[in-house]
Design a protein around this ligand. Structure first.
Ligand SMILES: NC(=O)c1ccc[n+]([C@@H]2O[C@H](COP(=O)([O-])OP(=O)(O)OC[C@H]3O[C@@H](n4cnc5c(N)ncnc54)[C@H](O)[C@@H]3O)[C@@H](O)[C@H]2O)c1
Ligand SMILES: [Zn+2]
Length: 362
């Protein structure tokens, strides 16, 4: 097992990464209250809920351990689904001292964290991410929330977990398409913050695609370390944290345009990363060779490298105008200054943005 820690001014928590951690009662026990609610979904429950529950009862047979099983899918990441969690908590008569456990991917993690932020004005929660994307990204950093029909992740809160426990064994049941989507976020870290990691990823890409466990664990560890470092500097995204959104302004536009769930988040991010790199190249920050390196890795992972069929320039511009990084009507984008260094800027030639969008049309 490897451990990282995230040190924030008002809060500190560990991120444990290793095989078989869901069954390790001693890692969870110090963070549990007598009232525990596991939040998961109908796909993950049959795979991992029993294993987790067995670990939860071990140190304390008197602990109340309940679960709520939500429908699966990004289209269910909204306030109505969250209400099921609140109803369950109230039916159980759980107090402000209860602990929520998010067992699942980013959808479950984001919803559980938001439920924890809201229930009785705030209770503790633990992240138990089971997708590659949630293990390298969404479980760390405390961004929680749900979608609204008019915009993705628009309703939410910053709420840090008490612990992140990454059991790499859970990846064994993850479908290839979901796994590849997670790799897009891994690639993002190399691009924005660590050129050496990007090189390492290129060298180990085929091992990663083959899911060689030591290489996968190393990629998760390095991704979490980079995310923790950025979040520690800027917890509530006043500045630097926005670099974690490289490719996401394009990606969110794609997700909204296609309807939640048609493209996976990581797939939309994959195309978005390539578009952001392409735009950075048009603006003269990086060379064409980098765009091709990114494209090659995405293609090898069978990730999309073109816009959804029919999505036009106006569709992008309209949806991008709703991005959270828009301030006083000015669009700000995350771009690469060079490999391993991202900037957030509104200072770009809009013509170059148009060229990028048109170039990716399919
Ligand atoms: N909070 C953040 O900082 C942050 C960062 C990135 C993404 N996100 C959010 O994360 C979400 C995407 O997360 P995701 O990619 O994990 O999607 P997801 O949670 O929908 O999980 C993907 C699919 O895999 C299934 N699954 C999960 N674990 C499995 C396992 N071990 N074996 C088999 N199937 C499994 C799920 O049930 C689901 O069908 C988006 O809503 C996105 O907005 C949040
Ligand atoms: Zn993302």
């Amino acid at each position: 097992m490897k451990t990282l820690s995230l040190d924030l001014p008002a809060h500190h928590y560990d991120i444990h990464i290793g095989a078989g951690l869901l069954a390790q009662a001693e890692l969870l026990a110090p963070h549990l209250s007598p009232e525990v609610l596991v939040v998961t979904n109908e796909t993950i429950a049959p795979l991992y809920l029993a294993r987790l529950e067995a670990a939860l009862v071990k140190p304390d047979a008197n602990r109340r351990i309940e679960s709520v099983v939500l429908p699966d899918g990004e289209q269910h990441k909204h306030l109505r689904t969250l209400d099921q969690v609140f109803t369950r908590l109230l039916e159980l008569n759980y107090s402000r001292r209860c602990t929520l456990l998010a067992l699942g991917g980013g959808v479950i993690g984001d919803m559980t964290g938001f439920a924890a932020a809201c229930y009785q004005r705030g209770v503790n929660y633990i992240q138990l991410p089971t997708t590659l994307l949630s293990q390298v990204d969404s479980s760390v950093g405390g961004k929680t929330g749900v979608n609204h029909a008019l915009g993705k992740n628009m309703i939410g809160a910053f709420k840090q977990p008490e612990l992140v426990l990454i059991d790499t064994d859970t990846l064994s049941t993850l479908p290839d398409r979901e796994y590849a989507a997670g790799l897009a976020e891994v690639l993002k870290y190399g691009l924005i913050a660590d050129a050496g990691f990007f090189d390492w990823l290129e060298q180990h890409w085929s091992d990663l695609l083959a899911r060689r466990s030591d290489v996968v664990s190393e990629a998760i560890y390095r991704s979490c370390a980079l995310k923790a470092e950025v979040v520690a500097e800027d917890e509530t995204e006043q500045g630097r944290r926005a670099i974690l959104n490289l490719g996401h302004t394009f990606g969110h536009a794609i997700e909204t345009w296609t309807g939640y769930g048609a493209w996976l988040h990581g797939e939309a991010v994959a195309t978005g990363l390539l578009m952001a790199t392409d735009l950075s190249q048009r603006l003269g920050h990086v060379d064409v060779a980098l765009v091709e390196r990114v494209r090659t890795l995405l293609l090898q992972a069978e990730l999309p490298v073109r816009s959804p069929t029919g999505m036009a320039r106006d569709n992008y511009l309209q949806l991008m105008a709703r991005d959270k990084k828009v301030e006083s009507g000015v669009l700000r984008l995350v771009l690469l200054n060079t490999l391993g260094h991202a900037i957030v800027t509104s200072d770009f030639a809009v013509q170059a943005l148009y060229e990028t969008i048109d170039h990716f049309k399919s």
